[in-house]
Design a binder for this molecule. Structure first.
Ligand code: BDR
Ligand code: CA
Length: 311
């Protein structure tokens, strides 16, 4: 199985990603979960990660707490989407498992140095603060990362927190800039992909029908999460962003995209956090990311449902 670290700010869609990984032990060896501030403040994301481990009967998974704010800006959160706790929807018990004492950034550095070069994949589902801090602290780790698969950015699709920027990159553009300049092989799941995987009613019902406690909780989370888009945009469901990252590890053929140069806007007030994707290869700048654009959405939901049923 592929060794991964999940860096996350749960978030109901982060929860779906984590559960997709839990349901795929043959392909995925989860070395640890690192929490970062994003959708809600750090204390809550670190709590939510542990709640998910316990909900899915994975109390041995190590959960680390990381950066409580972006590198150079005040934290922006998204309770308007995810609710006060970040995991609003189901009734969830407070976690009893402990947080690891080590800081998430140190865990990331130590793991990448300890494991054989090119064997650890970083899966990022929130702002890139922890990863950027690790790269700053230990630049030698850049060449040791197998791949960094991230949910973040948007290009033809535009932004979801400002007209130009997607939330994860907007929250910490300086961190994203460090990551995109680091030389780490990046796979990017932008809004162009994630806005095509919508939680239609029948899809959520299939998850609920699995009947297990984690699956029912997942269905309740999705019903809370999707109401934001349904009410605001009149869509048939909410965009299930973060699990596309794990789905890519399991079934890369569900996604299509191309190698591009991507730069991050950090200076402009109007477009801070914009991912400037050179899709048409007009700059001649070197490729630094595989940018996905299309997805087999039904294939994605079939995979998610099948794996949730294995938890
Ligand atoms: C991203 O922002 C968060 O609200 C979601 O969890 C996802 O990671 C989508 O823009
Ligand atoms: Ca997230």
């Amino acid at each position: 199985p592929r060794k991964i670290i999940i860096d996350t700010d749960p978030g109901q869609d982060d929860a779906a990603a984590i559960m997709l990984a839990f349901g795929s032990p043959e392909e995925i060896d989860l070395l640890g979960i690192t929490a970062v501030a994003g959708n809600v403040p750090l204390a809550l994301t670190a709590r939510n990660a542990r709640i998910l481990c316990e909900l899915c009967d994975r109390p041995k998974v190590r959960v680390f707490s990381g950066a409580d704010k972006p590198i150079a800006r005040p934290l922006v959160t998204a309770e308007h989407v995810h609710g006060k706790t970040g995991l609003d929807g189901p009734e969830l018990a407070e976690p009893t498992m402990k947080l690891e004492e080590q800081h998430a950034v140190d865990f990331i550095v130590e793991t990448l140095r300890k494991e054989p070069e090119g064997t650890v994949t970083l899966c990022t589902l929130g702002p890139l603060t922890n990863i950027a801090l690790a790269l700053q602290k230990a630049p030698d780790i850049a060449q040791r990362v197998k791949e960094l698969v991230m949910m973040g950015g948007g290009f033809f699709e535009g932004g979801n927190i400002t007209p130009a920027a997607e939330f994860n990159v907007y929250v910490d553009p300086e961190a994203a800039d460090i990551v995109f300049r680091s030389g780490v092989p990046i796979v990017m799941m932008p809004l162009d992909v994630t806005h095509r995987v919508l939680t239609h009613k029948a899809r959520v019902q299939k998850i609920r029908d699995i009947g297990s406690r984690p699956a029912i909780a997942m269905a309740e989370m999705l019903e809370f999460f999707e109401r934001f888009d349904i009410e605001k945009y009149g869509t048939d469901g909410g965009p299930l962003h973060d699990p596309t990252v794990i789905a890519y590890l399991l079934r890369p053929e569900l996604f299509t995209g191309r190698d591009c140069n991507v730069e991050i806007e950090t200076k402009s007030e109007l477009t801070a956090g914009m991912t400037v994707v050179d899709w048409w290869q007009v700059t001649g700048r070197p490729h630094n990311a595989k940018v996905m654009r299309f997805v087999d959405d039904q294939g994605f939901f079939d995979l998610l449902t099948e794996r949730l049923a294995r938890i």
